[in-house]
Each structure stands twice: as C-alpha cells, then as structure tokens.
Design a protein around this ligand. Structure first.
Ligand SMILES: C[S@@+](CC[C@H](N)C(=O)[O-])C[C@H]1O[C@@H](n2cnc3c(N)ncnc32)[C@H](O)[C@@H]1O
Length: 352
C-alpha cells in the first residue's frame, strides 16, 4: 500500500484541521438490495471522488459490515439476501470516512499481518506488506540457525519502533522459544502494541517499553533486558523532502514521527546502529527495512564509524526488485563466543 500511496498524489493539509465537505449519496441506498449492487454503487462514488483503490475499499467496507474479512469470503447466501436498514446506514457511515481519505485499515479497525489480526487505531503506523518480507527474512535466518538458537533458549529480539506490534508479535507467534523487547517513543503505539499483545495472548513473552532511542543514554534503559541476539526495525526512513509527496491517507492520519527520517532518512537508522554494539550479543545481527537509497548511505555511514564494528553483510530486494532490507552484523566476536551463531562477515551481497 505504501508504494501506491507514495506515488506522488501531492495533496496538502490535514483532515483534522479541515471542515469536511458535505457528502450526499448519489442513489437512494434503500433501493439497493444486494451486496453486489451496493459494492458497485460505492465503487462508482469513490471513483467519481478520486478515491484510490475504489473497488477494494468498497468491498472491504461491505464485507466488514456483513461480518466477513474479505468480499470473496462472504457466504454465498449473503450475496442475494437483502441488507437491513442498519447495515445500509453503517456501510454509508464507513464509506463517508473513506471519502475523507481515511485508510481502510483505520476504518475497519483491524488488519491482518503475517496471519495475525491486529487492531489498528490512528495515528499508529499501519503495517505495510513489504514489512512482511522483512519478518520472513528474519524467520529464515533464525530457522537456519535453529540449533544455536534452541541451545540458547532464544532468540531474544529487540524491536525499535514497534508501532502496532506487527513485527514483534508475528516473530513471537512463529518462534515459540523467542522473547521480544519492543520499544517506541509514541504513547499511542505503546498502548496499541500492548493491546495487540494481549489480544493475541503473547503478552508473557514481550516487554513493551516507552523509549526514544535518540535520547542520550537511551541504551542504558535497555541493558537490563539484554544482551540481545537480534535487533529488528522498520524505522522512520522517509527523506524529509519526500514527506510532502505522501498520499493524503498517510499525511492526514498517520503519525509523521513514524515516517520522517530527517534530511536523508538516516536520523533514526544512525541512532539504532550507534546503540546496537552495546546491546547485541557478540555474534548478533541487525535487520532493517529502508529506502532503496539507503543501502549505499548506510554502507558509507558504517565505514565512517569503524569503532562500531558493524558490517553490512547482505542487502535484500523487495517484491518490486528494490533494495529495501539490510542485514548488518557485529564483526568483532569476543573470546569464547559461539563462532557459528551467525555467519562470518563477507563483502555486502545483494540478494534477490
Ligand atoms: C515506520 S513505523 C514502524 C511501526 C511498526 N514496526 C511496523 O512496521 O508496522 C516507525 C515507528 O518508530 C517509532 N519511532 C519514531 N522515532 C522513534 C524514536 N526516536 N525512538 C523510538 N521509536 C521511534 C514511531 O513511533 C513508529 O511507531
């Protein structure tokens, strides 16, 4: 979705500060008796008003009101069954939010990530599909080293900028031996991550800590929980100058703190890298989601900081072929550390 919404719609201003334009249905809705007609009706309304992903939006809203996750999964008998006045009114109300460019995920109040149903509340960042690829990569790496991980009873994972908890909770659900420390500076994110952890009954294996990683000595707050095997993050990485080109759905509803990475999108990335050596086990790794311009920037930044003993070992591409994920590794194991826990550093490799 981010790619679609990042495609330069160029809208300015926030919905919270605006007066909503009045909206009237184009057809008397009571005459629309079945779901297909209703989906077609709202698709046409959304298209006329320039709402992106008009049909998908309409299908999700109608399916949600009828108690299904997707339009395709609606029970066949519902296709011809007349809708009640309450259902019609509820669909109209939810559709009016979409006309105000609210993302479908916030309208429905929940969204699936890695097979987990997560509660979504604005302005907490909506997890994007590409982040599922980051999670899959981490799972692959952990599984490949499962002998070591099992022996250590882990892994212990730190997530920086947990938002709704999407990354942390999906790793916990797939790695039953794992434990996570999840930090975020946003109060709304901390509350939502806690709520999602409880909804999924994963609260016993996660510590959710309010923390701003840019504050001096922030790492000291994390020391009692470490050292960790892995640091994972989908940090704010949008270049500041690109922020104004984000779609209205993002600019109006999502917290800019979750997106704006400063001049070159490196503000939070550099803080994570600077604190990592203090928190990682000797053979530990960092997995990051970044902008396609970042592999080069991060590589140069690491070369300028040899004191950190971190190597960029692999760059991985997303489903569009863009270099979006980084594996960075601690390069100076201490004496006595298990040499096979993570691979020996090599020149950066760009994986498909
Ligand atoms: C792009 S969002 C990622 C959220 C979630 N991990 C996901 O992928 O859906 C970045 C997150 O980093 C948090 N964040 C931004 N600056 C931070 C800081 N200085 N310290 C800790 N968290 C921060 C934001 O509040 C936001 O929740």
């Amino acid at each position: 979705m981010l790619r679609a919404l990042l495609s330069g719609l160029g809208w300015r201003g926030g919905i919270w500060g605006c007066t909503f334009t009045s909206w009237r249905p184009h057809l008397p809705l009571a005459r629309l008796l079945n779901v297909t007609e209703l989906v077609n009706h709202w698709t046409a309304v959304f298209e006329k008003r320039g709402i992106p992903e008009a049909r998908e939006s309409s299908e999700y809203i109608v399916a949600h009101v009828l108690g299904a996750k997707t339009f395709q999964s609606l029970r066949p008998e519902l296709w011809t069954q007349p809708l009640t006045p309450w259902q019609l009114q509820y669909i109209q109300e939810l559709s009016s939010y979409r006309l105000q460019r609210m993302p479908v995920q916030y309208i429905l109040g929940e969204w699936d990530f890695q097979g987990l149903s997560l509660k979504m509340v604005p302005p907490v960042f909506i997890p994007r599909p590409e982040t599922e690829e980051l999670v899959e990569w981490v799972l692959e790496e952990v599984t490949q080293r499962s002998r070591v991980v099992r022996a250590q009873g882990g892994p212990l994972i730190l997530e920086v900028g947990c938002g709704s908890g999407a990354i942390s909770l999906s790793l916990l659900s797939k790695l039953p031996q794992s434990q996570v420390i999840a930090v975020d500076k946003g109060e709304a994110a901390i509350c939502l991550a806690n709520e999602n952890a409880h909804r999924l009954q994963l609260q016993d294996r996660i510590r959710i800590i309010p923390l701003d990683v840019t504050l001096e000595d922030s790492w000291a707050h994390l020391l009692p929980w470490g050292p960790v095997d892995l640091i994972v993050s989908n940090p704010p990485y949008v270049f500041h100058r690109d922020m104004e080109q984000l779609a209205p759905e993002i600019l109006s509803y999502e917290d800019p703190v979750a997106l704006d990475g400063g001049e070159e999108g490196m503000d939070i990335i550099s803080h994570i890298l600077a604190l990592a050596p203090r928190l990682l086990k000797d053979s530990g790794s960092i997995f990051l989601e970044v902008d396609p311009r970042h592999p080069e920037l991060v590589g140069s930044w690491l070369q300028s900081r040899p004191d950190l003993f971190l190597d960029l070992v692999t760059v991985r591409r997303d489903f569009c072929g863009r270099p979006r994920f980084l594996h960075i590794q601690r390069s100076r194991p201490q004496r006595g550390c298990p040499a096979d826990a993570w691979p020996v550093p090599q020149p950066p490799r760009v994986a498909g």
